[in-house]
Write a protein that binds this ligand. Structure first.
Ligand code: MG
Length: 351
């Protein structure tokens, strides 16, 4: 049962804790106040998770919903080479906004008890803390629809002149990707497909070793933003263009090419496929490239570097592999060589 909007906000305020520098004023006023340092620019991004579109409660723990809502925003800060500073969190809760007398009370919906919502907030705060940013404010509202909305607005900062953009790729540049693309969409397929899940659990009981499918599910439920890599690329001036892979590798590369006025040629044989994805696909007779080229929500970095700087990227320390997968071309098209006709359209919210 949710007592009232204000009681909920007060609890969230306690969970967020006291404002710490560079946040000068956190929850409790009309705006958050953040100290800006000279020589820096602010990065501001927003993204939300909508129940039924981005998550289903059957397979998403409340704490992971909060964690992912913050992680996807951190990924956008990583894509620009910034460091996260603070975020605002808005919860739009299914239920009536006002009672019959116009009081500002959020009615219990039978599904959204306060504990569930506060677990989402706890996940969001924990993810922020892990990457050095704090909850500085937000909003609580309600909807007549039946899906919960968890909206995050993230503020980051970057050194002036050290911001990565999508628009700087030039013909001849090397195209690189971090991590193993396709993990998240394969994980989502496992979570959604009871046939695959049954198959997986049968395998799991047959062996005490953790099935690789759990790493695929984790990639979807708990993505890791590539903040350290983004900052390394930005501060060393290595990447000519950069984007985070949220819509699918081919589609995201299309965004770089569109903004840069260039094309790209990707060698399918060079796409790094994880052992877990390979195994899932051999068991379910699917093509791992369909996940790796078209699957969204990986939140790795896709970037370009000049031929000259390529050896420096190879020397970067990174917790995940960084793989060269192709070249930027003049053609203004993204071409994939070494594979048959694939459905690689990526994710579009409006389709
Ligand atoms: Mg992005």
């Amino acid at each position: 049962m949710i007592s009232s909007e204000f009681a909920l906000v007060e609890t969230i305020r306690r969970l967020a804790g006291k404002a710490r520098a560079p946040v000068a004023l956190g929850i409790g006023d009309d705006c958050a106040v953040i100290d800006v340092r000279p020589g820096e620019v602010l990065l501001h991004t927003t993204d939300c998770l909508v129940e039924g579109v981005h998550f289903r409660r059957e397979y998403f723990a409340a704490i992971d919903i909060g964690l992912k809502a913050v992680a996807v925003n951190l990924s956008d800060i990583a894509a620009m080479g910034g460091r996260p500073v603070a975020f605002l969190l808005t919860l739009v809760i299914p239920g009536r906004a006002r009672d019959g007398r116009g009081n500002d009370t959020i009615q219990e919906t039978g599904r959204d008890d306060e504990r569930y919502l506060l677990d989402i907030v706890r996940g969001a705060i924990a993810c922020g803390r892990k990457f050095g940013c704090q909850l500085a404010g937000g909003n609580v509202s309600s909807t007549r629809g039946d899906g919960l909305i968890v909206d995050v607005s993230m503020i980051g900062a970057a050194k002036k002149g050290c911001v990565l953009r999508r628009s700087g790729a030039r013909p001849g540049d090397v195209v690189l990707v971090s991590g193993h693309p396709g993990q998240s969409s394969a994980g989502l397929a496992l979570l959604n497909d009871s046939r695959l899940t049954t198959h997986d659990s049968r395998l799991r009981t047959a062996s005490s070793i953790q099935h690789p499918a759990s790493s695929l599910r984790a990639a979807h439920l708990r993505p890791q933003p590539m903040l350290a890599l983004g900052r390394s690329l930005a501060e060393r001036g290595l990447a000519t263009a950069c984007i985070d892979t949220s819509d699918g590798l081919v589609q995201d590369l299309g965004h770089i090419c569109g903004e840069s006025g260039v094309g790209a040629e990707i060698d399918a044989a060079k796409i790094p496929i994880s052992r877990a994805l390979r195994r899932l696909c051999s068991e379910s007779r699917k093509d791992p490239l369909e996940f790796a080229l078209g699957g969204g929500e990986d939140y790795g970095l896709l970037f370009t570097v000049t031929e000259k700087d390529f050896p420096k990227v190879r020397r970067l320390k990174s917790p995940v592999p960084i793989t060269s997968i192709g070249r930027i071309t003049r053609s203004r098209k993204v071409r994939i060589t070494g594979c048959d006709d694939l459905r690689t359209s990526g994710f579009d919210h409006l389709k």
